[in-house]
Each structure stands twice: as structure tokens, then as C-alpha cells.
Write a protein that binds this ligand. Structure first.
Ligand code: UD1
Length: 354
């Protein structure tokens, strides 16, 4: 069986990591990896290949830094050529980025079987780019791998419940367990931080960072909070550009701003923090894996179970500080997203279906 994996953005390197380790165990599977180039800074891309021991992609399309339409369109053109050349049996797609959507369109038009890892996630508003990507990708996928039962229900509600579906668990949880004993805590000492005494912030969604008023009000709150608790802010390049463009740098004066961290550093930092503030889909879940609560700067979350159980809290700038001091639930079942064997279950299902 020949599998073509399409990845391009930071969270996809993380999702691909354990799938790749699983595929290597099977002599009858060949995997070709395509990197679309969507993320390209060393600390947004290469560093993940190094720390997660990912094999170098056979192709790097180097498509980035442009509008959604142009990015997706150029990716489709190039991916179509690669699929025609490689003739894979299955195209494997991860998550909800523009790279995922481009892969789905290219493969479906060529009638190649598509398997979607992280299928069935849904969130409001329906207009955010990731939600548009997910819905379209699920619509044309032939095999859906859902992290939990909720995502399966979402697919059923949309009439997509009759195909090949597996509640696989979450590949990000697999990686978390696999890498746990390698987490890097050195940054805590380097920054002179104390356990449970600091907050980790990540911020990059268009609805939070592309509008000057919204970004300003979030930074105002973070600045206020920084006089009560230390704030560590590994900054996404998009957010860094916006803060400079909108002239908001002064709000960061009391905040420990870092370049984006690698996976092992971010998990080490998170395991010892007080709470997380984030608008990242993956990181709000990783906070839960680290047994930490996340204030999620979003109107809704794709990872609804964590919010419904009152582990994570949805918020915006107006109630950000309040939500940091909420007393969240103290315990939550460890197995919401599986047992750490999602990748093995996914590969076995592919072999069986193929
Ligand atoms: C993308 C995904 C989002 C995911 C996020 C993880 C889409 C629609 N969104 O958002 O689902 O949560 O990745 O980070 O695909 N940039 C750099 N260097 C980089 C990467 C990005 O400078 O290595 C800049 C780009 O030039 C662009 C901006 O950041 O100006 C946004 O990058 P883009 O890949 O379009 O979207 P993300 O915000 O990273």
C-alpha cells in the first residue's frame, strides 16, 4: 500500500510524527511525505522535523506567505502533479489547514482515496478558515478518523456517517505519551520561573490578531495580568508582524516574549505552568494532556468535551482575567482522546480497508 501524507503547518508535523513511526513498522506500506511549505521559518518547521525525528519530505512545495485562495490554488496545482506521478493508494490528510484542503481537492478530483485524521471536528462560527477547511475536507474524504465519539456524531448529523469511520483516539495524545520522558524543562530555569507561578500564552488566529482593536484589547489584559503572574509568550510570526504593524509593542514590556518553541520545550513549559491562555486548537488539548487548564480565546471550541466538562474555559478580552482565576474542575478522565494507540489503530484500519 502506498500512502501519500500531505503536511505543511506546525500542528501537522506533530500529527504526522506518530503515524510515520507506525508506518515504519509495516514493510508492506510505503509512505511519501509532501511538505507544502505553508510554515517555513526554521522554528515553525525544520525544528519539528529535528525534535520529532521526522524523515525529510520527498517534496517541499515552498508555498507560503500569500492569501488563502492563492496559497490553496498553487498547492492544488503542485499536489495534482505529485499525485499523478506517485500514484498513491491513499492520500492521508491531517487537521484543518489550507494544506489539508488543497490535498483534499487535488486527490478527490483524481479519484484517489482520501483518509482524514481529525475528522468530524466542528466549531462556530462557520466562517473561520479552519472550519471551512474541515467541512469541505470531510465532505470528500472516504475514510474518517475521529478523535472521539462526538466527532462521529457530528459526521452522522451531516449525513457523512455511512462510510468508513473509526473512532481512533487522538494522534496528538500518542505523541504526548511517546515523548513525555524527553520533555525539556530547561527554559523554566533559564527564565527564572517557579512551578505553578506563570502562564503560557499562544495567540495566532486571524479573528484575534488581524483586527487592531481586538488584538489591542487582548494585549491590554495580558499586560494587566503580567503584574500578578509571570507571562511567557512564545510568539507566532503572524502575531509578531501584527503587533509591529499596529504599533502595540509597549503592551509586551512586562511579558516574557520568546520565539516559537519546539514541541519538547513547549510541553516542558506547560507541565509546570499555572494555566494556559491560547487560541490554538491543538494546544488547548495539549494543556489538558499536561493536566493544566486553558482559557481558550475563541467564541467556540472544536474540542467541546473539554469545555463542557469545565476543564477549559472559553473567553475573550472582556473576561480573560476573570477566567484565569476561575476554579476549574480538578480531575478529568485521562482517556477522553484514547489510550495513546490512535496511530496504530489508524494504520491497521487503513490496511484492512485497502
Ligand atoms: C495556520 C492554520 C491554522 C493553524 C496554524 C498553526 C490555516 C488556514 N490556518 O495558521 O489552522 O492553527 O497554522 O500555526 O491553514 N508565517 C511566517 N513563518 C512561518 C509561518 C507563518 O512568517 O513559518 C506567517 C505567514 O507568512 C503569514 C502568517 O504567518 O503571514 C500566517 O501564516 P499561515 O500559514 O497563513 O496561517 P497560520 O496563522 O500559521
Amino acid at each position: 500500500m502506498k500512502v501519500l501524507s500531505i503536511i505543511g503547518a506546525r500542528p501537522q508535523f506533530i500529527k504526522e510524527a506518530m503515524i510515520q513511526k507506525e508506518i515504519i513498522k509495516h514493510k508492506n506500506i510505503e509512505e511519501v511525505v509532501v511538505h507544502t511549505g505553508q510554515h517555513y521559518d526554521r522554528n515553525m518547521s525544520e525544528i519539528f522535523f529535528d525534535t520529532l525525528n521526522l524523515k525529510a519530505p520527498k517534496y517541499n512545495l515552498e508555498i507560503h506567505n500569500t492569501t488563502h485562495g492563492e496559497m490553496t490554488g498553487r498547492m492544488i496545482i503542485e499536489l495534482e502533479k505529485i499525485i499523478c506521478k506517485e500514484l498513491p493508494d491513499i492520500v492521508l490528510l491531517y487537521g484543518d489547514t489550507n494544506s489539508t484542503l488543497a490535498g483534499a481537492i487535488a486527490a478527490s478530483k483524481l479519484n484517489v482515496m482520501i483518509a482524514h485524521v481529525e475528522a468530524g471536528i466542528r466549531q462556530f462560527p462557520k466562517t473561520i478558515p479552519e472550519e471551512i477547511n474541515r467541512c469541505l475536507v470531510d465532505r470528500v474524504s472516504n475514510i474518517h478518523f475521529c478523535p472521539s465519539e462526538l466527532e462521529l456524531k457530528n459526521l452522522v448529523n451531516e449525513g457523512l456517517g455511512k462510510g468508513n469511520i473509526l473512532i481512533s483516539g487522538d494522534v496528538m495524545y500518542d505523541l504526548f505519551i511517546y515523548m513525555k520522558n524527553k520533555f525539556d524543562y530547561s527554559i523554566i530555569d533559564d527564565l527564572n520561573l517557579r512551578e505553578n507561578d506563570y502562564i503560557v500564552v499562544t495567540l495566532h488566529r486571524d479573528f484575534n490578531v488581524d483586527n487592531i482593536e481586538v488584538l489591542k484589547s487582548i494585549l491590554e489584559q495580558l499586560n494587566k495580568l503580567s503584574y500578578e503572574l509571570k507571562i511567557v509568550f512564545p510568539i507566532h510570526p503572524r502575531t509578531k508582524k501584527r503587533i509591529k504593524q499596529f504599533n502595540l509593542e509597549s503592551y509586551l514590556n512586562n511579558i516574557l516574549v520568546l520565539n516559537p518553541l519546539n514541541y519538547l520545550q513547549l510541553m516542558g513549559l506547560t507541565e509546570k505552568c499555572f494555566k494556559v491562555i491560547t487560541d490554538s486548537g491543538g494546544y488547548q488539548k495539549e494543556a489538558y494532556f499536561c493536566k493544566k487548564h486553558a482559557c481558550v480565546l475563541m467564541p467556540d471550541s472544536g474540542w467541546k468535551i473539554l469545555v463542557d466538562y469545565k476543564w477549559n474555559t472559553l473567553c475573550d478580552a472582556s473576561n480573560l482575567i476573570q477566567s484565569i482565576f476561575i476554579k476549574n474542575k480538578e480531575t478529568l478522565n485521562n482517556n477522553v482522546y484514547g489510550n495513546g494507540d490512535a496511530s496504530a489503530r489508524i494504520i491497521n484500519f487503513l490496511l484492512k480497508t485497502y
